[in-house]
Design a binder for this molecule. Structure first.
Ligand code: SAH
Ligand code: F3S
Length: 449
């Protein structure tokens, strides 16, 4: 039996796919190259923004087309946030889907897939197609542990390690608390065991994942908060780089800043989602931080940690965003000079506070103009930041060979900047020193010294 998993969305989803791959392989499946040779296709969906959700439907259409053209009908499973959100409605809407598995029920995938295969031999109606218990937000969730060593790390250099599942913050725009449930902390002992296993398998870098990572409090160690966890991971022999996504500005303590500054393995990069530069918009978003608080925090971080790189997430056109409020976001981006931003046009998400109470009233043309303007400003800033690096030397962890040129490899600096340079495929996983020769808005080019 062969499986193929297609993943949309965030690192958390990428890691869930690694976990599902591990579960399937331990029950006898092998990886397939694509739909055409797969007995089981898993679509791991994302519903954080409207566009992300549309992809599921075009993907299902493609599988249906393949079936008609070639007579190959793999068992189709839908997992991830759309699965959690839509549940049985998906089975009703599409006869291509055999089973739906919610975000808290990944461990049931092999069993459900086996069940679906049996059903395939019989009459398959919506009523009999498998539906993994879609957990209602009002009922207790699975506890967040996962068997040690089972996840199949897709990346040769870095390993994702989940530290927190779910979120209790209910930002007005965000579907995550509804699709991933309430916040649950993983035991520190289990996290460290995962980190050790990752290092033993040759991974150099560990990425700690959670919706609000800096909210971490170890359930098995009352003295261990997120800064404490960073220290514990830093002390695992063989861990050479630690990244984390994402902290919330509200919980960015002096202890956290000191940990990033002082722990040698912790990368000098913080992804700190701001969402908007306007305090009234942040209030309507229920973000619980203000523009001033964010700018103060940035100043503190920059004063404490030399060469720290900051990146962020921004939503354009949140309900009621006036031209003046949008200009505040633009001016914040201009002032902070992030190394990278992820900007999104606001879209209404089911169940959220904004969907119930705040009409999506910023017209599409304004959203488009505003996001273009922000992205253009950011592109200029990135080009300036990158050009300032030309002539300098940086340490790079090689993480991939180039897709386009077989004599080229790429890697990242501690600040998360992508650097391309001539090199061999077997350098992947090594640290090298690179002299920067050329800069573009999205990456740097150089030569190994
Ligand atoms: N807590 C997570 C956020 C998950 S959602 C983290 O810190 O990484 C990822 C990003 O998607 C958010 O930071 C936000 O910028 C964007 N986003 C979430 N909901 C959105 C919506 N309804 N419309 C547009 N962008 C949204
Ligand atoms: Fe979403 Fe806000 Fe939590 S962005 S994941 S509700 S911190």
């Amino acid at each position: 039996m062969k499986y193929f998993i297609e993943t949309y969305g965030c690192q958390m989803n990428v890691h869930d796919s690694e976990r599902m791959a591990g579960l399937l392989e331990s029950s006898g499946y092998e990886p397939a190259a694509g739909d055409a040779d797969a007995d089981l296709v898993v679509i791991n969906t994302c519903s954080v923004r409207e566009k992300a959700e549309e992809k599921l439907h075009s993907r299902l259409g493609h599988i249906k087309g393949m079936g008609r053209a070639t007579g190959h009908f793999p068992v189709v499973a839908v997992a991830g946030c759309v699965a959690q959100q839509e549940g049985s409605r998906l089975l009703e809407r599409s006869n291509v889907i055999d089973l739906v598995v919610g975000t808290q029920r990944l461990k049931m995938l092999p069993m459900l897939a086996a069940q679906a295969r049996v059903q395939r031999q019989q009459d398959v109606s919506t009523a009999t197609r498998a539906l993994a218990a879609i957990v209602d937000v009002s009922t207790p969730y699975d506890e967040p542990s996962f068997p040690l060593g089972l996840a199949r790390h897709a990346d040769a250099v870095k390993a994702y390690v989940t530290i927190i599942e779910g979120c209790n913050d209910y930002c007005a725009f965000c579907v995550v608390p509804y699709t991933r449930g309430h916040e649950r902390m993983r035991a520190k002992a289990e996290i460290l065991a995962d980190v050790r296993a990752a290092v033993e398998s040759g991974r150099r870098e560990v990425q700690l994942l959670g919706q609000i990572v800096n909210h971490y409090q170890a359930p098995d160690d009352p003295h261990c908060d997120f800064a404490g966890l960073l220290e514990a991971v830093n002390n695992v022999a063989g861990v050479q780089r630690i990244r984390f996504a994402s902290p919330h500005p509200r919980h960015a303590s002096a202890r956290l800043i000191a940990a990033v500054r002082d722990l040698p393995a912790v990368c000098k990069h913080i992804h700190l989602p701001v969402q908007s530069g306007s305090t009234p918009v942040l209030q309507r978003m229920r973000r619980r931080h203000t523009r001033e608080h964010y700018l103060d925090l940035v100043a503190k971080i920059r004063a404490d940690i030399p060469n720290i790189q900051l990146s962020t997430d921004i939503i354009i056109g949140f309900p009621g965003e006036s031209e003046a409020e949008y200009q505040e976001t633009l001016s914040l981006v201009d002032a902070v000079r992030f190394s990278c931003i992820f900007s999104f046009k606001y879209s209404v998400r089911p169940n959220t506070l904004a969907s119930k109470k705040m009409p999506d009233d910023v017209v599409a043309d304004d959203k488009t103009r505003r996001i273009r303007e922000i992205q253009l400003l950011q592109r200029r800033i990135q080009l300036e930041l990158h050009e300032a690096m030309v002539g300098h030397r940086v340490e790079v962890l090689v993480d991939a060979r180039s897709q386009r040129r077989d004599w080229e490899v790429s890697g990242r600096t501690t600040g998360n900047t992508v650097v391309n340079f001539p090199g061999h495929a077997d350098w992947v996983g090594r640290f090298v020193e690179v002299a920067i020769r050329r800069a573009g808005p999205y990456s740097l080019w150089g030569e190994v010294v």
